[in-house]
Design a protein around this ligand. Structure first.
Ligand code: ATP
Ligand code: MG
Length: 445
């Protein structure tokens, strides 16, 4: 008895990992198709790497003293062979790993993009999940500020294509390793003077990753962070020229930006340009995309020294903006719903539906829920609910006469000519295609 009860208990998904339900499928598809056409328009190629990688890739690639590696990774030992594996928390390291492994850069630079789920063990809240999705680009083998500018322009184009407004660009330069080292000495000295006021995280990072103290979200530390020595003041000519070059291109393309000297990014591998796109419409989780230049990474992961830059955007955060601002066009239902009654009609219905699909129409063929033939009335209810533009109706009588009933279900056609027409089976596809075109044109007026 108890055994039976246990079996019947409902199971739920893992906390912080969401189901994407059919009612949201259109939203995702709208976003993905808009993103893909933007990426194509810049000549980017898709790359798909596995969701699981060796843990070492991320500890080496992201840096030991980062939020991700310190506390957010889903790492486990493969019970069968003892390998240390991790669900990818981000995808730059994996794309770089794959590019080195398959020698993708042998014939010059590459523009790559990916989309897919990432995994971080964070406290779930609005805009912050344990499985979330990122779209990202990696421009591998480009050293100049023109590549930084291009990937930033791509984001602006995407916001425009999606109809999103009010997403603001912040940029900064993290300079080169020597410049960061000089800044670090002064930053540590400054933070030591305020050590009593620092929180746990800041104290822990004081000597390991003091730059991260500057982007603390703790309100109590804002003043200390704001008055700290600025890395940007430590840049020498070369870094300055890169940063100026970027700003010049952004200005020439009318991309507004602000320089945020405290913008440092969570991952260790960045140098020179870093940037974030931020909205104030999502509460605390306002960063929708973030990226920058990571020239040291490819060599650090065993490749030839190669300059590179990229960004990643949080899909869930962008979808929330699209929903809040009603920017998602309505989903189309399918074109035709075929209802049928009687054995001969059912056999015919299959043939008719396949013929309609051959011409490119989207067709739902009624299937009974209980294996019994349902009444026309209940089938028509389903046809209505499906959102189809037309019902095609087949009874044994119709089949004997070589005709089908056609009834407009929605749109202009349904309002104006609501009655059912008998159409010869041989003329059915042409009739429906003409009717679809006519109703689309009416709808455009
Ligand atoms: P945050 O400061 O919000 O933790 P991050 O610096 O960890 O962000 P990145 O690693 O730069 O974020 O990831 C790029 C983008 O991916 C973020 O700007 C955000 O839009 C999205 N993102 C990151 N973590 C999550 C998450 N846990 N849930 C949903 N989206 C996320
Ligand atoms: Mg984070």
């Amino acid at each position: 008895m108890t055994e039976q009860k246990r079996k019947a208990e409902k199971l739920s998904g893992v906390k912080g990992m969401n189901d994407i339900l059919p009612q949201d499928a259109h939203l995702w598809e709208f976003f993905e198709s808009t993103v893909k056409s933007m990426l194509r328009s810049y000549g980017y190629q898709n790359i798909r790497t596995p969701i699981v990688e060796h843990t070492q890739l991320f500890t080496r690639g992201i840096g030991e003293v980062t939020d991700i590696v310190e506390k957010e990774m889903y790492s486990f030992t493969d019970a069968l062979n003892g390998e240390n594996l991790t669900l990818r928390p981000e995808n730059t390291a994996a794309v770089v790993r794959a590019s080195i492994e398959h020698n993708l850069l042998y014939d010059g630079p590459k523009r790559l993009w990916y989309v897919g789920p990432m995994f971080r063990h964070e406290r779930p809240q609005r805009g912050r999940y344990r499985q979330f999705h990122q779209v990202g680009v990696e421009a591998l083998g480009f050293a100049g500020p023109d590549a930084d500018a291009e990937i930033i322009l791509m984001c602006q184009r995407l916001w425009d294509d999606l109809g999103l407004t009010g997403i603001k660009l912040e940029i900064n330069s993290l300079g080169l390793a020597e410049e960061r080292a000089a800044h670090r000495v002064e930053l540590i000295a400054y933070l030591e003077k305020h050590v009593d006021a620092l929180d746990e995280d800041a104290k822990r990072r004081l000597y390991t990753n003091p730059l991260r103290v500057l982007d603390t979200k703790n309100p109590a530390l804002q003043e200390i962070a704001a008055n700290a020595p600025k890395l940007i003041d430590f840049l020498r000519d070369e870094s300055r020229a890169h940063f100026d070059g970027l700003q010049r291109i952004l200005k020439a393309n009318n991309i507004p930006f602000t320089i945020n000297p405290r913008l440092v990014r969570g991952l260790d591998y960045y140098n020179l340009t870093v940037f974030e796109w931020i909205t104030d419409k999502l509460g605390a989780q306002g960063t929708v995309a973030a990226g920058g230049r990571y020239d040291p990474l490819i060599e650090q992961l065993g490749g030839k020294p190669t300059a590179a830059c990229g960004w990643a955007m949080g899909v869930e955060r962008i979808l929330e903006l699209l929903k809040d601002e009603n920017l998602v066009p309505e989903a189309d239902g399918c074109d035709v719903y075929v209802v049928h009654q009687g054995d001969a009609a059912r056999d015919h219905a299959f043939i008719v539906a396949e013929r309609l699909r051959d011409t490119g129409l989207d067709v739902i063929l009624h299937c009974s829920a209980d294996g019994q033939s349902a009444s026309f009335k209940s089938q028509m209810k389903r046809a209505d609910a499906s959102g189809a533009a037309f019902a095609v109706i087949l009874g044994d009588d119709e089949v004997a006469q070589g005709v089908a009933g056609v009834k407009p279900l929605r749109g202009v056609a349904a309002d104006a000519r609501n009655e059912q027409q008998a159409v010869a089976l041989g003329d059915l596809t042409e009739y429906l295609i003409n009717a679809m075109v006519a109703s689309a044109e009416d709808g455009d007026d």
